[in-house]
Design a protein around this ligand. Structure first.
Ligand SMILES: [Zn+2]
Length: 307
């Protein structure tokens, strides 16, 4: 296994601290949300890409070879690897490209969850929803708009808006949720639970955010008893923050998946259709790689709590 690049990246993800983030995360989210409503969508994505590009320039890939070797060799264990594939449809581009991804998932027999916006920059079409749902895709909720500060709104506002989202998608009984930009709060979990949600995937594991205290294990969020499936891999992380080539990204996912297998966790991933179609070969190669692994169980978010 060629591990040079991923070992450096992995060491970075495990050990480096994002010490240069000065503003509080909540303030940043509120700023970005208000900014998003003022500029065209493509410009918004271009600017957030540039922010992430600038942030990643100062990385110091200090290596701890011994530790990395130990982590990699530990990874070759015969346990099952549980893979949860999700796709957040953030934009019109995502929505328009979703069928391509649905087809790919179907051809690899990989179950998935589409997390939708009910009042975003695309209009939900019931024919699309029926087709996706009919082909086995779970319909989850990603928000009304892509409000990065939703989790921090007044409880009443969270409740009213969430109930509106549920009403729009009531034919599909959504019970899985992911917050835009991975936000969460006790209030949000409480309201989700009171409104029939069973599962959330908005918390980043340590594989996605080095500052996270969470591993890749699922857990109950007390006292709401929402089941949390931490997110460990995203296309944002691979392609916008780390600027991996396709091969580097595949190797990174390969190594992280074996580490997660070794710790008995869940490999939960999120890929936005609009990013995937710009890298036409990557997603098929990723599915091929995951399918070629031994002892892999593919699930969507709902499968994780309905067993
Ligand atoms: Zn999103």
């Amino acid at each position: 296994m060629k591990v040079c690049v991923v070992r450096r990246s992995y060491t970075y993800f495990m050990e480096q601290k994002l010490a240069n983030i000065k503003n509080s995360e909540t303030l940043q989210r509120k700023f970005l949300t208000s900014y998003r409503s003022l500029v065209p969508e493509k410009m918004y994505y271009l600017s957030t890409t540039m922010i992430k590009f600038a942030k990643s320039r100062n990385l110091d890939f200090s290596m701890n070879q011994d530790q990395s070797d130990k982590e990699v060799s530990k990874a070759i264990l015969p346990a099952n690897l549980v893979v949860v594939m999700t796709h957040d449809l953030d934009s019109k581009d995502c929505y328009q490209k979703a069928d391509t991804i649905a087809d790919t998932n179907k051809s690899f027999d990989i179950p998935s969850t589409f997390n939708l916006l009910t009042n975003g920059s695309y209009k939900l079409n019931n024919l699309d929803l029926d087709r996706w749902h009919g082909s086995g895709i779970e319909i989850g909720i990603h928000g009304d708009s892509h409000d990065l500060g939703f989790y921090d709104r007044e409880p009443k506002e969270i409740e009213v808006r969430l109930q509106r989202m549920i009403r729009r998608l009531e034919d599909f009984s959504p019970t899985s949720y992911r917050h835009p930009g991975l936000g969460y709060s006790d209030t949000l979990f409480k309201v989700l639970s009171e409104n029939g949600f069973k599962c959330d995937s908005s918390i980043a594991s340590k594989y996605l955010k080095p500052r996270s205290i969470y591993k890749s294990h699922t857990f109950d969020v007390n006292p709401s008893h929402i089941k949390e499936i931490p997110l460990s891999i995203s296309d944002d992380q691979l392609f916008r923050e780390n600027r991996f080539s396709d091969m580097e990204a595949l190797e990174y996912v390969n190594i992280v998946s074996e580490l997660i297998r070794s710790e008995g966790g869940v490999l939960c991933m999120n890929f936005h259709p609009m990013f995937l179609v710009k890298r036409p070969n990557f997603y098929e190669k990723l599915c091929t790689m995951l399918r070629s692994k031994e002892k892999v169980l593919f699930k969507n978010l709902r499968d994780m709590y309905s067993e």
